[in-house]
Structures are given as structure tokens and as C-alpha cells.
Design a protein. Structure first.
Length: 247
């Protein structure tokens, strides 16, 4: 998958995209991340990319011209790319959105700064706006990194063949069960016995119960849309009863 990121701060992306799983994905050619600096596209004297807002008010607004020209140049190479603007007005990024985007051949991500981008540029050259959550960042770059990371996990091969993004938190709408590694005894705190038993059916059942318990405790709102079997529902009833008799 090709992800082309339009930004006035391309230097922000280096370590994030060269490290760990994303770094490996790029090295293997599963992911091709391209950074396009918007500034050289500015036709202003000093290569400005922002200006004062019409109507007054605090802050600056990114000018349409450099963004339109940068987008035109990038779109010429990637005519079928979905063009996404990272901004707080957008549709919320979720596992489902990331899974859907991971099926695309190419994405173009536009990072805004200051108080945002001239609306006419957005109207002309963006297909959709996506938000990574209900808060404001100083720029869209961190949001673009979050989206890229989240989408990359769903590209076949990126996590390695043994790991599946569908086996993790949120894929079935539940939180993750607790994990343990060596040592078995950490200053008297031991690992749950069942995980050392070698009984894979029992381990699977324990983990499912722990997922349900964690979700009930920390994010009960998720249970409304979680995919639950009849067994899960029985376990939940039991956990709810236990929980209410304790308090
Ligand atoms: C557009 C994304 C972009 C408008 C970007 C700021 C949060 C997110 C930006 C603004 C971002 C998010 C109106 C301040 C750049 N902040 N939640 N900052 N305004 O995804």
C-alpha cells in the first residue's frame, strides 16, 4: 500500500516510520510511505503556507494554493487514492474504519496546521475527513501517524504470519485479556496457573473470561455492540452477579 502524506513538517515522521513493525513493513515493501513537503509548492515570495483568517480572529489558516498544487502533483501519480484530511470534524477512526482503509491500494493524507485549512481547498481536493478522537492537536501530523499505524496492522504480512490483527482487542469488540511472560515468579507475584497447564482449551476459556471481565469493568459501553456467543453471555451474567455481590 502507498501512503502519501502532505505536510509542512515532513521531518516529524522519520523515526516513527523507520522503527519497529512499520519500519519492517516499509523495508519488506508491504508499505510505501511517501512524504510530500507542501512548502515548496507555495508560489509566495517567502514560500508561506499560511495567512490571516478573513473575518478576523486568532491564529492562522493554511492557504489553499500550496495545498491544491501539492495535491494535484501527488494525485497525478496516484489518481485512484482516497484523499483524507485529518481533522477534529471527521468521522472517528475505529478498527472498522482502519480495516476498510487497509483494502485501498493508496491513500493520500493531508495534515493541517494552525486553525485548519482554507475550506475551498478541502472542498476541492479531499474525499473525507477522519478524526482520531475528540481533542485538538497542534497539527495533523500525529493523527496521520496514528492512522497509518492503525491501518498498516491490517495489511497482510505486516504483523507476521503468526499474529492476526483480528485476534486482538476491539476486533470482536472486547478488551484484551492480561498477558504474562518470564519469570514465572516476580518477587512473589506468580503467573496464573492455567497459563502453565498446557491445556489449550482451558487457556482459551480463561482468556475469554478475562476479556469479558476487563470489558465489563473498564468499558461496559463496548458490550452493547460486542460479538458474544451464548457461552459468553452466560459468563457475563456470572461476572455481573459476582461484581454486584462484592460491592
Ligand atoms: C484541522 C486532527 C486540523 C482543524 C488534527 C486543527 C486533532 C485532530 C487541525 C484544526 C488536529 C484529530 C480547528 C484547530 C490540526 N487536531 N482529532 N490538528 N482546528 O484527529
Amino acid at each position: 500500500m502507498i501512503i502519501n502524506i502532505l505536510t509542512i513538517f515532513p521531518e516529524m515522521f522519520g523515526s516513527v516510520f523507520s522503527s519497529s513493525i512499520l519500519g519492517r513493513a516499509c523495508a519488506q515493501g508491504l508499505l510505501d510511505i511517501r512524504l510530500t513537503d507542501i512548502r515548496p509548492f507555495s508560489t509566495c515570495k517567502h514560500k508561506n503556507t499560511d495567512d490571516y483568517p478573513f473575518g478576523g480572529g486568532a491564529g492562522m489558516v493554511m492557504m489553499a494554493q500550496p495545498i491544491l498544487d501539492a495535491m494535484a502533483a501527488v494525485s497525478a501519480d496516484l489518481p485512484d487514492a482516497r484523499r483524507i484530511y485529518l481533522g477534529p470534524r471527521g468521522r472517528k477512526l475505529t478498527t472498522a474504519v482502519a480495516r476498510d482503509l487497509s483494502a485501498e491500494k493508496s491513500l493520500i493524507l493531508l495534515c493541517g496546521h494552525y486553525e485548519g485549512v482554507d475550506q475551498r481547498a478541502l472542498d476541492a481536493c479531499v474525499d473525507e475527513e477522519i478524526s482520531i478522537g475528540d481533542y485538538i492537536l497542534t497539527g495533523g501530523e500525529l493523527a496521520a501517524m496514528v492512522l497509518t499505524d492503525c491501518v498498516a496492522r491490517f495489511i497482510p504480512g505486516v504483523l507476521g504470519s503468526a499474529d492476526s490483527p483480528e485476534e486482538e482487542s476491539f476486533s470482536d469488540g472486547l478488551l484484551e485479556y492480561p498477558q504474562y511472560t518470564r519469570p514465572r515468579d516476580l518477587n512473589g507475584k506468580t503467573v496464573p496457573e492455567v497459563l502453565l497447564s498446557g491445556d489449550h482449551a482451558k487457556i482459551r476459556a480463561w482468556r475469554r473470561r478475562e476479556s469479558l471481565a476487563a470489558t465489563l469493568r473498564f468499558r461496559p459501553d463496548l458490550l452493547k455492540s460486542a460479538i458474544l456467543s451464548v457461552d459468553d453471555q452466560k459468563t457475563l451474567k456470572e461476572l455481573e452477579n459476582k461484581c454486584s455481590s462484592e460491592s
